[in-house]
Design a protein around this ligand. Structure first.
Ligand SMILES: [Zn+2]
Ligand SMILES: [Zn+2]
Length: 334
């Protein structure tokens, strides 16, 4: 099979021929049809994850068809179309798993494309508990970004405590944000999109936002307070200062939820305690969360806007994604 691997940290991608892997205990083999490229693939490319082993095939927005199932694996059969995201599996018996916190499994850390080879390849092996069923209404390229960028925004919003009709702001209109705005609007929130520049306003409304705040023109915190204060702010960007500029727009009992990985964020504890507000992070989700995201996307018409490249152009596609110019996600097809 053809695979695109990172031979060592910071090295260029190489396209290699490998033997098609055999599924070991608890796993299935997937004939990959599409794999999204995510900013987090830089962990693999740049060697940012402690203890990573190389060579490594990146990719954690994987969609394909099961073509082999290890003996004893229940439920899954060859021919089912499935997706695998960041969450690569969990034990099911540690204390956290027994409490339902599968994302925080204490027995092992399984991350697709980081602790095992991912989807920049024609075949990959996945643990069975990491599989999500893909509905027929979505093509594989359409579905791929929904199992990382999609599930992260959707699952964060649906666990944010916001109720239909409440004010929800999405900070950033990139790969994550363009999905976050769609999910927020389709979930029935009064949706505010916040980004830099007037050129994004039309897009924000097209995606379903009722309001648009251009941070080059206006103070986003003051604007949110004018609208009544946000019940939830979903921060999808990776700029701590730009996040801090928006926290002041939280309303009473508001929650600032970040899925953007920044090293630090400055907030005023006085503001938090006076408004009984909170700041919270969110882990993307497990396989059933991905499956719910795919189903909700079919139900509500949410779609990722994708630029599609063939597998052999993975290096170019990765550059396109890291350049920040992609509108809005980049997907490899096999
Ligand atoms: Zn990702
Ligand atoms: Zn566990």
């Amino acid at each position: 099979m053809r695979a695109v691997q990172v031979p060592r940290p910071k090295a260029p991608f190489e396209i290699v021929e490998r033997d098609i892997p055999e599924p070991g205990p608890g796993t299935v083999r997937i004939k990959v049809q599409a794999c999204g490229i995510c900013h987090s693939d830089s962990y693999t490319k740049e060697g940012l994850f402690p203890g990573m082993q190389y060579p490594r095939v990146p990719g954690h927005e994987v969609v394909g068809v099961i073509d082999a199932v290890a003996p004893g694996v229940p439920r899954w059969t060859a021919g089912q179309r499935v997706a695998v995201g960041w969450h690569g599996g969990n034990c099911g018996y540690c204390d956290n798993c027994r409490r339902g916190d599968f994302f925080a499994c204490q027995s092992f850390t399984a991350i697709t494309g980081i602790t095992s080879d991912g989807g920049y390849a024609e075949y990959m092996i996945a643990r069975s508990e990491a599989l999500a069923l893909v509905p027929d209404e979505l093509s594989s390229a359409e579905a791929a970004p929904l199992v990382c960028a999609g599930v992260t925004t959707f699952n964060c919003l649906r666990n944010s405590g916001a109720r239909p009709g409440e004010l929800v702001a999405v900070l950033g209109l990139g790969g994550l944000g363009h999905l976050g705005v769609q999910f927020a609007a389709r979930a029935g929130y009064r949706t505010v999109a916040i980004a830099r520049g007037q050129d994004k306003e039309a897009l924000a409304h097209q995606l379903g936002a009722t309001y648009y705040i251009d941070t080059l023109q206006k103070d986003p915190s003051a604007e949110l307070l004018t609208l009544g204060g946000a019940r939830v702010i979903l921060a999808t960007i990776t700029d701590g200062d730009a996040m801090a500029a928006v926290v002041g727009g939280l309303g009473t009992n508001g929650t600032f939820m970040t899925i953007g990985a920044v090293p630090s964020l400055t907030v005023s504890p006085v503001q938090l305690l006076r408004g009984r507000q909170s700041v919270k992070g969110w882990y993307s989700g497990t396989s059933i969360d991905s499956q719910d995201t795919l189903a909700f996307s079919v139900l509500s018409g949410v779609r990722s806007m994708n630029e599609v490249f063939p597998l052999e152009r993975a290096a170019e596609a990765y550059e396109r994604m890291t350049s920040g110019k992609a509108r809005f996600r980049v997907v490899l097809t096999m």
